[in-house]
Design a protein. Sequence first.
Length: 255
Amino acid sequence: MATLASTIPQQDEITNELPLGQVIILHLAPGILITLAYFGVGSLFAWWGLPQPLALLTTMLLVTLPLESGFLLYRGWKRNGSLSLEGVIRFREPISRRLLVVLTFSLLAWAVVASTLMTPTDEALRRSLFSWWPASLNPSDFVRQMDLYSPLVLWAVALGSLVLNVIVPVVEELYFRGYLLPRMVQWGWLAPLSSVLLFSLYHFWIPWQNPSRFVALLPVILVVFQRKNVKLSILVHVLLNSLGSLGLLAMVMAR
């Protein structure tokens, strides 16, 4: 991580810009590393008879969080001489609490409806283009296979999901919309469009969900870009992911 972070020129802290090549690398490289780790952990967990979501949660804990938060803290250390994110995380313009609540729940409603309506598209894409994808790495199979696992394993997945689906979205939004997006402002309105596209592609471990992810998140990132406030995307991302975790928790509790 220090090696990746050290390739970012110091002038980005002055000019507020990053070159196109580095923008692409900094969006996609973490996803590649996460996916490679997930394939390894997922294969090992499948051999042990453990479910795919537990492998993904483990990967998020051991790879995603250290990778992305480590990058931000390293940039803070280089800039401030301490583990501070001052000047590293941008898009912190003030916004009234009332407007924040209205925008958050409006954008959340859009994301939920868009994701739900596009689920058949995602599934058709998975079946047509990604039928070769290992079954042990397909998250959609877990709910249909819950009878195969002990209550202890099911509770580990449900509680782990509940916790990490709060922490991981916060770190991801700080990295993608707090650090990278503000350094793409020279692109104008292409910046939020590129941010959503690259963030979708970053999810190499579930590529068939890219269309729904793009449609669901595009209005969110457009508003973040217009308001220059990363809190919006943090709240929407956390709430959107947490809805799935709460649904999973309810299913485990009902067993």
